[in-house]
Design a protein. Structure first.
Lengths: 316, 671
C-alpha cells in the first residue's frame, strides 16, 4: 500500500487511491469487470428513473415486438417486448434489483453465520470444533436443491424465503475457510503473545484474529455472490424464487422459454445480463485476490515491469 | 594442463541483480566480482539481505521474477552463462555445478522414494540405464555416509531425519560428478551435532572428489574450519575477501572486524559483546557512498564516495577507505569465572522458580479415522531452580523439550506430572483469573520478531496492550508517557510510537517485543531463542540489552537456546537437555570447562569456533546417529544409542540426576 513518496510505516496517511487505481488500470480485464459492476449497480439503483416503462405494464397491442434494429422493431421498445407486451429493457433493468438484493442479502446472511461458526470452531477446538465441522459436512453432503424444494413447498415461494433458504445452503464454505485461517493464526506467535499478556478470548478474536480474515472474506464473498446470483436465477426459472409480478432475470428466462423459436430476444437479453454480470464479477475478483495477497501483488508488478522492458527493447 | 589449472573455474564479473517491487527497484547485488579456482573452498559470509544467496541463485540460473540480472557476467571456464544465446551453458548447471539447499525437506519431492529421485538425475543427465543407475545410487548413498543404503533408497523423504535428508541432497548433488558444489546455508536448519556430521562429510567429499565448494553462510563458525578463502558481503557488495586465517586474524574492513567481534565464542568470554549499532540498510534506498557508513565508527566525509575493492595484500582485497583502522574498542578483557557469581551461590536466597519432576505429554492420534489418542511424552522428570536476578540457560537440540519446558513453566502447556512453584507458590493447577494475575509477573520473549508482533497494530498499541488488558490504563494514548519510557529503556527511537512493525528491522522488532514483555514489570522472563532469528551483527545488541535490563531491573531469565556460545555468554548456570530429559546442570564455568555427560561433551565439541587455527586444532567428537524421534524414545538412557560409553545397563535403566560436585548434577551411569 505504500506509494513511493510516503515515509515507511507512517499510520493514518490518506488511502492511496491513486496508486490503487493505477494498478487496476494495468489489468484491463478487471477494469472492464469493474465497469460492468458499476453500470449494473447504477441500473439497479436508478431503474425507476431510467426504465422507459413499468416492467409489469402489459400492452396486448404490441406483443412480441422484436428489438429495434430488426425489420419489425420500433424505437419505442429498444429490446422488444414479450408475449404480454411488456418492455424487455425495462424488465432487464428491474430484474437487476432482484438479483443484487438476493445476492447481497444471502452473502451477508450466510457469511455472518459461517464466520461466527468458523471462529467458534477454529478458536475453541476440541468438541465444539468437531460438532460444528461435522454439521458442515452433513450440510455439504445434503443435496441443496432438495432442501430448497422441501422448504419452499412447505413455506411457499417468495423473495424472503429464497434468501433464507439460499443462506442456509451456502454458509458452509465460509465456516470452513474461517476455521482454516483461524487455526493458522492461532498458532502464530503474536496471538500467543496476546494470550500471554492476559488478553481475554474476545479481545484476541476481535483485535488479533479477525483483521486477518477481512481480505480473504471479501474475495470469497464476491465470488460467492455470483454463485448466489446463478442460484437465484435457477430458482426463479423453476418457479420457486421470485414470483410475478416482480421480475428477475431467471424468471424472464423461464417465461421466454416457450417462445425461444419465435422470439429469441426474450431469453437472450436476461440470459446475457446474467452471464455478463457473473463474468464481470469474476474478472474483478481475480484482480482483487491478487491485490490482497502481498506476495502475488509483488509478482504481478514485476511481471508487468518485465513486459514493459521487453516492449521497449523491441520498439528500439 | 598447468595453464588450465590456473584459469578460474567460475568467474563472476561485476554482477548486478535488481528486483522490481512496487516501491521501487531493490538493488540486490551491486557489482560482485568473484573467482573460484579448482579444488578451492570459498565461503561467502553475510547477513540476510547481503546478497549471498542471490549470488548463488544467479550462478545456478535461478533468478526469477521479480528479480533479474541487470548487468555483469558469470563465466564457467571462460564460457558466459548470462549471455548465452545458443544455450551452450545449459548443460553446465545441474551437471557441472550442483546446488545443496538449506532446507532439504522442501527441495526433495515428498512423493518419490529417495533412491528414485537420485536415479532420475543419473538417467536424465548421464543417460544411464535403470540397472546401472540403481547400483550407482547405492554407491552414492554409501559415499555420503548413509547406513544401510538399500533400505534407505526405498524410503520416502519424510521417513528420514533432517540430517539424512541433507545427506541425500548432497548425494544427488554429487551424482553427476560436478566440479563445483554450491552449498547455500547447508547446515542452518540442522542441529549442532548433526551439523558437525554434515560439515565433515562435505570436507571429506571435497578431498576425495577434488570438488570446488562455494559455501554460503551467515555463521562464521561454520566457515572457520572448512574454507580456504572467505568473501564477506554487505549490502549487495563484497567488502573484503582473503584467505580464511588472514580474515580472522587481521580483519581490515570495519564491518568484518565488527562481525568477528560481535560473535560470541565458545572458547573465551568477554564481559560484553561488541555490538554494531543500527541494522543492515534497506536496499530500496541504499545509502550513498559506502553502504556501511551509517553504522561505521570510523566513517568520515570521504566515505561518501563508494570505495572500490582494492587489493591490499596478495590474495586479499578490501573495499574501504580506512581499511585496517581498528574500528571497535578492544574487548574489555577476559573475565575470570569468579567475577560474576551466580545468585544461586549467595546464602539465604530463595529461588523465584522451582520446578520438580516436570513432565509433559502430548496427545497424538494414531492413524485412521477411528484412531485413538495416544500419549507421547515430550518431557520427563525435569527439576531445576531459577534464582532472583539469575539467568539459567536451557540448551538442547530439536526434540529435546527445551521450548516445552518454557511453555509449561508459563502454564501455556499443561504439566502432566510434577509441580511448578513460582515465588514459593504452587502454580501448577492455577486457572482463570488467578493464572492471569500470576502471568503478570512472568512473561515470554519470542524467537521470531516478525511473527510475534501483530502487523496491523501500532507500536504504541502493541506495548500498551498488556497495560490495557490488566486495567492499568484504558486507552493506549493514556500510557503514552509510560510507554515512551519503556521504548527508551529498550533503545528504540522516540518516534517509534506511531509506526507499524513493518517499518522496523528484525533487531528493533525484537526490542518492541521486549518492551511489551517488560510493560507489566515482570520478575521472571522466559526468553525462547530470542536472538536465533536475528542477524549476527544485531544479535550482540539484543544480548547486551537483555544483560543490561537484568542489571537494572533484577529480572530472572530462563534463556532457551540451541546456540551454546550465546548461552555461555549470557547465563549464570546452564542446563543441558537431550530428548526430553535433563542430562546435566551446572554453573556456567564448570559446565563449559569440565563437562561430565558424554552428550554435553559431544555437543560442546560440535560447536564450531569462529577461529580457523583454533578450530583446526580442536579435537572433535562426532558421534554417529540421529537424535531420537519424540514418538519413539529409546528405553533407558536416551543417549545410549549414540554414546561410546554405553553398556547394557544404559539401555535398560534411566539414570537420575546426581550431584557430582556442589551444584553440578549429571545423569549418567558412567561419568
Amino acid at each position: 500500500m505504500t506509494s513511493l513518496a510516503s515515509p515507511a510505516g507512517a499510520v493514518r496517511k490518506p488511502w492511496p487511491f491513486a496508486a490503487l487505481l493505477a494498478e487496476l488500470w494495468n489489468d484491463k480485464a478487471a477494469v472492464a469487470g469493474l465497469s460492468v459492476i458499476v453500470l449494473l449497480l447504477l441500473a439497479a439503483l436508478l431503474a425507476p428513473w431510467i426504465a422507459p416503462y413499468d416492467p409489469a405494464a402489459q400492452s396486448i397491442a404490441s406483443r412480441l415486438t422484436p428489438p429495434a434494429w430488426l425489420p419489425r422493431g420500433n424505437l419505442e421498445h429498444l429490446l422488444g417486448t414479450d408475449q404480454l407486451g411488456r418492455d424487455v429493457l425495462s424488465r432487464v433493468l428491474y430484474g437487476s434489483r432482484a438479483s443484487l438484493l438476493v445476492g447481497v442479502s444471502v452473502v451477508t446472511l450466510a457469511g455472518s453465520f459461517g464466520v461466527v461458526l468458523g471462529l467458534l470452531a477454529g478458536f475453541n477446538g476440541g468438541r465444539v470444533e468437531a460438532m460444528i465441522m461435522r454439521l458442515v459436512d452433513v450440510q455439504v453432503a445434503f443435496p441443496g436443491l432438495l432442501l430448497i424444494l422441501l422448504v419452499i413447498s412447505v413455506v411457499g415461494p417468495g423473495m424472503g424465503t429464497l434468501i433464507v433458504v439460499l443462506a442456509c445452503t451456502n454458509w458452509m464454505i465460509y465456516a470452513r475457510m474461517v476455521r482454516a485461517i483461524v487455526l493458522g493464526v492461532r498458532q502464530s506467535p503474536y496471538v500467543e503473545a496476546a494470550e500471554m499478556i492476559g488478553c481475554t478470548a474476545g479481545r484476541v478474536i476481535f483485535r488479533h484474529v479477525l483483521p486477518n480474515l477481512t481480505s480473504p472474506l471479501i474475495t470469497l464473498g464476491i465470488l460467492e455472490f455470483t454463485n448466489i446470483m446463478l442460484a437465484e436465477a435457477a430458482m426463479s426459472f423453476l418457479g420457486l424464487g421470485i414470483q410475478p409480478p416482480a421480475t428477475s432475470w431467471g424468471l424472464d428466462v423461464a417465461n421466454g422459454r416457450d417462445y425461444v423459436f419465435v422470439a429469441w430476444w426474450l431469453v437472450t437479453f436476461p440470459g446475457l445480463a446474467i452471464a455478463a454480470t457473473v463474468l464481470a464479477i469474476n474478472l474483478f475478483a481475480n484482480w482483487l485476490r491478487v491485490t490482497t495477497d502481498p506476495q502475488e501483488r509483488e509478482k504481478r508488478f514485476a511481471r508487468a515491469m518485465a513486459a514493459e522492458r521487453r516492449r521497449r527493447r523491441r520498439s528500439r | 594442463m598447468d595453464m588450465r589449472n590456473e584459469a578460474p573455474l567460475l568467474e563472476i564479473d561485476g554482477l548486478e541483480v535488481e528486483f522490481d517491487t512496487r516501491r521501487g527497484v531493490v538493488r540486490g547485488l551491486r557489482g560482485v566480482d568473484l573467482k573460484i579456482g579448482r579444488g578451492e573452498t570459498l565461503a561467502i559470509v553475510g547477513e540476510s539481505g547481503s546478497g549471498k544467496s542471490v549470488t548463488a541463485q544467479a550462478v545456478m540460473g535461478l533468478i526469477d521474477v521479480p528479480g533479474r540480472i541487470a548487468r555483469g557476467d558469470i563465466r564457467w571456464m571462460g564460457q558466459s552463462l548470462v549471455d548465452d544465446p545458443k544455450g551452450d551453458g545449459r548443460g553446465v548447471r545441474g551437471k557441472e555445478i550442483a546446488l545443496v539447499f538449506q532446507d532439504p525437506m522442501t527441495s526433495l519431492n515428498p512423493l518419490m522414494k529417495v533412491g528414485t529421485q537420485i536415479a532420475e538425475v543419473l538417467t536424465r543427465h548421464l543417460g544411464m540405464g535403470d540397472e546401472e543407475a540403481r547400483i550407482r545410487v547405492l554407491e552414492l548413498l554409501e559415499a555420503v555416509g548413509i547406513p544401510a543404503p538399500p533400505r534407505r533408497a526405498a524410503q520416502y523423504p519424510h521417513e528420514l531425519s533432517g540430517g539424512m535428508r541433507q545427506r541425500v541432497m548432497i548425494a544427488m548433488a554429487i551424482a553427476c560428478e560436478p566440479k563445483l558444489l554450491i552449498a547455500d546455508e547447508p547446515t542452518t536448519a540442522l542441529d549442532v551435532t548433526i551439523q558437525a556430521q554434515v560439515l565433515e562429510l562435505i570436507a571429506g567429499l571435497q578431498e576425495t572428489l577434488k570438488l570446488s565448494v562455494l559455501m554460503i553462510t551467515h555463521d562464521l563458525g561454520v566457515v572457520a574450519g572448512l574454507c580456504d578463502r572467505i568473501a564477506v558481503m554487505y549490502a549487495g557488495r563484497i567488502v573484503e575477501t582473503g584467505f580464511a586465517d588472514e580474515i580472522f586474524e587481521r580483519p581490515e574492513h570495519p564491518y568484518t572486524q565488527g562481525l568477528i567481534r560481535s560473535t560470541p565464542r565458545l572458547d573465551d568470554r568477554t564481559e560484553r559483546l561488541t555490538a554494531i549499532d543500527g541494522s543492515p540498510p534497506n536496499m530500496l534506498v541504499p545509502p550513498a557512498g559506502c553502504a556501511f557508513r551509517p553504522r561505521c565508527p570510523v566513517a568520515g566525509p570521504d566515505c561518501e564516495i563508494e570505495p572500490p575493492l582494492v587489493t591490499t595484500l596478495p590474495g586479499k582485497s578490501v573495499a574501504c577507505w580506512r581499511s585496517g583502522t581498528p574500528a571497535w574498542p578492544a574487548p574489555t578483557g577476559h573475565i575470570a569465572a569468579e567475577v560474576r557469581t551466580s545468585p544461586s551461590e549467595l546464602p539465604d536466597v530463595r529461588p523465584i522458580l522451582r520446578v520438580r519432576d516436570l513432565g509433559v505429554d502430548y496427545e497424538a492420534s494414531t492413524p485412521g479415522f477411528w484412531g485413538r489418542m495416544r500419549k507421547i511424552s515430550a518431557l520427563k522428570g525435569v527439576s531445576f531452580d531459577v534464582f532472583p536476578g539469575e539467568t539459567l540457560g536451557l540448551v538442547g537440540e530439536s526434540g529435546s523439550g527445551k521450548s516445552t519446558i518454557g511453555r509449561a513453566v508459563l502454564r501455556r502447556l499443561e504439566a502432566s506430572e510434577g509441580r511448578i512453584f513460582f515465588k514459593g507458590r504452587d502454580i501448577t493447577d492455577l486457572k482463570g483469573e488467578a493464572l492471569r494475575q500470576t502471568r503478570r509477573e512472568m512473561q515470554l520473549i519470542f524467537q521470531d520478531p516478525y511473527a510475534s508482533l501483530n502487523p496491523r497494530m501500532r507500536v504504541l498499541d502493541i506495548v500498551a496492550e498488556p497495560l490495557i488488558v490488566h486495567g492499568l490504563i484504558r486507552k493506549a494514548e493514556e500510557g503514552r508517557e509510560e510507554i515512551g519510557e519503556l521504548l527508551r529503556l529498550v533503545g528504540l527511537p522516540k518516534d517509534a510510537h506511531d509506526r507499524l512493525p513493518y517499518a522496523f528491522s528484525g533487531g528493533q522488532r525484537q526490542r518492541i517485543g521486549i518492551a511489551r514483555a517488560l510493560a507489566l514489570k515482570p520478575d521472571f522472563i522466559v526468553a525462547d531463542e530470542p536472538v536465533s532469528a536475528l542477524d549476527v551483527s544485531v544479535r550482540a545488541q539484543v544480548v547486551n540489552l537483555l544483560q543490561d535490563l537484568q542489571q537494572e531491573l533484577g529480572i530472572s531469565y530462563l534463556f532457551i537456546a540451541h546456540d551454546l556460545s550465546v548461552v555461555r555468554h549470557i547465563s549464570h548456570r546452564v542446563a543441558i537437555l537431550y530428548s526430553g530429559r535433563m542430562v546435566e546442570i551446572a554453573d556456567r564455568e564448570t559446565l563449559y570447562r569440565s563437562p561430565c555427560h558424554p552428550y554435553t561433551e559431544a555437543l560442546l565439541s560440535a560447536v564450531p569456533v569462529p577461529h580457523p587455527a583454533t578450530q583446526r586444532a580442536r579435537k572433535r567428537l562426532v558421534y554417529r546417529g540421529d537424535i531420537p524421534d519424540v514418538a519413539h524414545w529409546p528405553s533407558g538412557c536416551h543417549f545410549h544409542g549414540r554414546c561410546p560409553l554405553a553398556d547394557q545397563r544404559c539401555s535398560i535403566e534411566v539414570p537420575r540426576l546426581t550431584e557430582r560436585s556442589p551444584g553440578h548434577w549429571v545423569a549418567c551411569w558412567h561419568k
